[in-house]
Each structure stands twice: as structure tokens, then as C-alpha cells.
Write a protein that binds this ligand. Structure first.
Ligand code: UTP
Length: 282
């Protein structure tokens, strides 16, 4: 059974500078809630309540967010504003939170490897909180992680979430080739990190949700630095796919790339419309 979910949050978030100079990208709000809280809510909805963060310099506000703030709570006690903290309070009560640091930002593969001290020797999920995912049926159905945990229970191997992207966008993603098992499921046969459109094996791009079996750690350790001198998780996953099995899952739902300004604005507009129906919040 999967209980742990790892959040690599050590990246510099350069696409959001200067906003992310002293503030974590994962704390940017969509409406009134930071991106990382949406991610933790998705994990909890999938039954994953042992939350691990791989943090870095300047990310302390994430730790503070998942902790009580006695002064603030005392200040708003008995007022209508208490309700605004109910959601985060519930998460704090349901979950445990562990933190470790990535000292040098050597890529996602390296960040996940740093999470080994939190994960140990068990399968686990990974959430990149800047990919904001809405579950099936416009968010009314199962979240993406919950769908993937169901698949893991069936196949017992690593699973990456994928979505179709326009051909001119492949350079921004890890892209897979695979044998179709069903409409939504592929067995991975190849994986290329950030390929140019003419080098991409398909238009099926990996997004920020993974379920990984713990043998991934030795595979990352054995992986030489790839594109941009970073340790790429896709290289380790390809080794895993060649040795055994990695599945790619075209999830039901929708993803917003909130690591880019355009995707962030799109998500904000979408959630605003969904919550307030276009009316103005007072
Ligand atoms: P990104 O590729 O979005 O990089 O990382 P970034 O540094 O956060 O943002 P940009 O591209 O400079 O704007 C994907 C995820 O992996 C984490 C990031 O925090 C993000 O959640 N990450 C990336 C790490 O934790 N460590 C790294 O060394 C790199």
C-alpha cells in the first residue's frame, strides 16, 4: 500500500522571477490557496498522508504553512475568519510532514534521490506542485493521484502521468513512446527528455505526477547527469522501463502548468470562474 508522497520543492522557479526571488514558487496562490496545498489535498484524497518535502534555501514558508500559527489563530478565534483556516487545519491534523534539503539544485532526479531518507524502501508518489491537476469530471471525480494509486495496486510498477501536448511543446517535457495497453494506458518503451519536435517519439508528455517503486533510487544513483548537467528522472525511469516495467497513464482530468505565467493565469481564471461564477468576491 502506498502511504508516502514526496514533494520536490527545491527548484529556483526562474520563470516566475522576480516573484520567486525570496518566495517559493509552490506558495504562489491560486485564488486564496497556495499551489502546494492543492497538491497535498490531492495526495490525501488518494489516501497518502505521510507527506515529505525536499526543500532548499528560501523555502521555509512551506514548513510554516503546514504548521499551526497560534498568534493568528488566537487573533481570529470567534470571528467569521476562522473558517478560512479550516481546510489547512484539517490537513495538518490528517498528515505527518517530513523535510529534507537538496543542497545543490541538480535536477528533479537528484531532488527525488534526496527524498530517499524520508521514503525508505517502499513505493511512493511524487507530486510537482506547480502542475495543478483537477480530477475527472471537472474535479468532481477521482483526483489524478487517486487514479494512479488504483493502477499501481493493479500493476505494481512505476507509473508516470502523461498528457498529449502540441508537437511544438515537446521541448518542455519528458516524452514517452509506448505500447498501448488500453485507451489510457501505455507500457513505456522509450523516454526522451525535452526533445525537439522532430526528435520526439510521440506527443505524450510526462506531467508532474509519478508513482515510483523504490528501486528507482539505485537507478538514479547510476544515472549520469543529462540535459543541462542535471540528474533527470526520465533517464532513471527509462532504465527502469528497460529492466522491468514502467506504465504511462493518460489521466482523466485537466492539468494547469502553473510553473509558467500563462498556465498560472489560466488556472486562476478557471478556478475563479468555478468558485465565484464570474461574480466579484467582496
Ligand atoms: P522545474 O523544471 O519546474 O524547475 O522543476 P524550477 O526550478 O522549479 O522552475 P524554473 O524552470 O526555473 O522556472 C520541476 C519541479 O522539480 C523541483 C521544482 O521545485 C519543481 O517542483 N526541483 C527541480 C527540485 O526540487 N530540485 C531541482 O534541482 C530541480
Amino acid at each position: 500500500m502506498i502511504k508516502k508522497c514526496l514533494f520536490p520543492v527545491a527548484g529556483y522557479g526562474t520563470r516566475f522571477l522576480p516573484a520567486t526571488k525570496a518566495m517559493p514558487k509552490e506558495m504562489l496562490p491560486i485564488l486564496d490557496k497556495p499551489l502546494v496545498q492543492y497538491g497535498v489535498e490531492e495526495a490525501v484524497a488518494a489516501g497518502l498522508t505521510e507527506i515529505g518535502f525536499v526543500t532548499g534555501r528560501g523555502k521555509r514558508s512551506i514548513e510554516d504553512h503546514f504548521d499551526v500559527s497560534y498568534e493568528l489563530e488566537h487573533q481570529i478565534a470567534g470571528t467569521g475568519k476562522e473558517q478560512a483556516l479550516a481546510g489547512i487545519r484539517e490537513l495538518i491534523d490528517q498528515c505527518t510532514f517530513s523535510y529534507t534539503r537538496q543542497i545543490n539544485m541538480r535536477g528533479l532526479g537528484d531532488a527525488i534521490l534526496k527524498g530517499r531518507t524520508i521514503i525508505g524502501d517502499e513505493p511512493f508518489a511524487v507530486v510537482l506542485a506547480d502542475d495543478l491537476c483537477l480530477g475527472a469530471d471537472d474535479g468532481a471525480g477521482d483526483g489524478v493521484l487517486k487514479q494512479m494509486v488504483g493502477l499501481y495496486n493493479q500493476f505494481r510498477c512505476s507509473i508516470v502521468a502523461i498528457e498529449e501536448v502540441p508537437a511544438d511543446q515537446t521541448h518542455a517535457y519528458g516524452v514517452i513512446a509506448g505500447e498501448a495497453i488500453s485507451d489510457q494506458l501505455y507500457r513505456v518503451t522509450d523516454m526522451v527528455e525535452k526533445p525537439a519536435p522532430d526528435k520526439a517519439p510521440s506527443n505524450l508528455a510526462i506531467i508532474g505526477r509519478y508513482i515510483l517503486t523504490p528501486d528507482i533510487f539505485e537507478l538514479i544513483e547510476a544515472t549520469p547527469p543529462g540535459k543541462n548537467g542535471e540528474l533527470q528522472i526520465t533517464d532513471a525511469l527509462l532504465a527502469q522501463a528497460k529492466r522491468g516495467c514502467v506504465m504511462a497513464y493518460k489521466f482523466s482530468g485537466r492539468r494547469f502548468d502553473c510553473g509558467s505565467v500563462g498556465g498560472y493565469v489560466e488556472a486562476t481564471n478557471y478556478y475563479y470562474q468555478k468558485k465565484y461564477g464570474g461574480g466579484v468576491e467582496q
